[in-house]
Design a protein around this ligand. Structure first.
Ligand code: CU
Length: 456
């Protein structure tokens, strides 16, 4: 069946589109019809319900402008599906015949590409190449059999630069129809997409021409502290499925546990090709399945390891001021600009506590209150919460971890008197080769040392 537009009469027969208006993490959608499977949980998202029509699973996606709360107090005007960006997760079972109606409520044409699927060429969703664009107001229908189990995505293949920069994307999981030697059953299966936006502080709509200098690094169009924690029970087998639809790679790092990459966008990874790691890079357009045994209790950070990706909206054109004494300059500027503020003289951690007036609809660059103070994070950061008493099937967030006595790093108070001086080397370094002529006088920048530091 070729993708074709549907008449008004046929529209009446479409499955009613389900629209989600809240960014909450919805409980897993247990399959009410069709073959059984263990559902996934979409971080700050949901799974699209379907209807069975003579053995075919029918879904209805509506491409439309949406308002996405990216973090409490910060809403973005994006494009997405069924009320949210990303769109709902689609879950089917290997061998399912799937029919997806796509209605376009955007101001320009669109299409949907089913990233990674085996399907008839005309269902691949590439505007101009395999189908006509879906014009505003039109509904197209896609139909194919979900041939292989695995982790997939969907996104437009029409004016991609705009439509992806505006948040159009979604997750797709095809569950195996029978026990599979390379696909393990897990207790918790979390999915999220990596995406990025360039939204000026105080504004609402992403700049779509940005190629590299994005200022919001998000999981499922949420930024820390707006990303829900991953709440699991001690001893759970956990799977994270991550897809990258940004324009750069993201090394995803998990604290306290080792995981294995058990699958990619191409399917399950052979057992002989798996190795333990704590960080794995998810390149652009890729998907990775990470699996681990959650056997260490606690609140464990899980985040992208690029430090700028765990920050929220910031200006990059800020010079490094660490160690620079600019008190005199500040005194002069303050007489002209009373609100002027010293930034970064001791590092940037002050930013998370600074009482700086922010424009409306903006989140601080570094924030998040933990039990010990500010976490000084933003962007692609969340917490894996492993708890002994988390009930099977309970995805609610537990309280902060109560560390057993004596297991928290704390100030050293045990010694009396001065700490012994560390041994210091005073030897000069060596070069790989002799220099052409003797170096000139040593030059060093005058820096302001913290009080009590034995400077020279
Ligand atoms: Cu990153």
């Amino acid at each position: 069946m070729a993708a074709a537009s549907v008449s008004r009469v046929a529209m009446a027969a479409l499955p009613e589109p389900v629209i989600q208006t809240k960014p909450d993490t919805m409980a897993p959608l247990l399959p009410g019809s069709g073959r059984p499977y263990r559902p996934v949980v979409t971080l700050n998202g949901w799974t699209l319900p379907w209807r069975m029509n003579q053995g075919v699973k029918e879904f209805h996606l509506v491409a439309e402008p949406v308002v996405r709360e990216m973090a409490p107090g910060f809403k973005a005007h994006l494009w997405g599906y069924n009320g949210q960006s990303p769109g709902p997760t689609i879950e089917v079972v290997e061998g399912d015949r799937v029919r997806i109606f796509v209605t376009n409520r955007l101001p320009e044409h669109t299409s949907v590409h089913w990233h990674g699927q085996r399907l008839p060429n005309g269902m691949d969703g590439v505007t101009g190449l395999t189908q006509k664009g879906i014009e505003p107001g039109k509904t197209f229908v896609y139909e194919f059999v979900a041939r292989r189990p695995g982790t997939f995505m969907y996104h437009p293949h029409a004016d991609e630069m705009t439509q992806m920069a505006m948040g159009m994307m979604g997750f797709w999981v095809t569950h195996p129809k029978a026990p599979h030697p390379l696909i393990e059953e897990v207790d918790r299966d979390f999915v999220f997409l990596l995406n990025a936006y360039d939204i000026e502080p105080g504004s609402y709509t992403p700049k779509i021409m940005t190629m590299l200098d994005f200022n919001l690094w998000s999981w499922n169009s949420r930024i820390f502290p707006g990303i829900d924690s991953l709440n699991v029970r001690l001893g759970d087998k956990v799977r994270l499925r991550v897809g990258n639809l940004t324009m750069t790679n993201h090394p995803i790092h998990l604290h306290g546990h080792e995981f294995e990459v058990t699958g990619t966008d191409g399917g399950p990874t052979p057992k002989s090709a798996r190795w333990p790691e704590v960080t794995t890079d998810v390149a652009v357009g890729q998907m990775r399945q990470l699996e681990f045994l959650a056997d260490e209790e606690g609140d464990w950070a899980v985040h992208c390891h690029k430090s700028h990706h765990t920050m929220n909206a910031m200006g990059h054109a800020v010079p490094t001021m660490i160690g620079v004494d600019h008190r005199d300059v500040v005194r002069q500027i303050t007489s002209l600009v009373p609100d002027y503020m010293v930034m970064g003289e001791r590092g940037m951690a002050d930013m998370s506590e600074m009482e700086m007036p922010l424009p409306d609809n903006t989140v601080p660059m570094m924030t998040g209150q933990g039990p010990f103070g500010s976490v000084e994070m933003g962007g692609m950061f969340s917490v894996l919460k492993v708890r002994r008493d988390q009930k099977p099937g309970d995805y609610s967030r537990p309280e902060w971890f109560r560390h057993p006595a004596g297991t928290v790093a704390s100030e050293y108070t045990g010694a009396t008197g001065a700490m012994p001086s560390p041994a210091r080397s005073s030897a000069n370094g060596e070069n790989a080769m002799p220099m052409h002529k003797a170096p000139g006088k040593d030059a060093e920048v005058r820096v302001r040392k913290p009080k009590g530091h034995a400077g020279h």
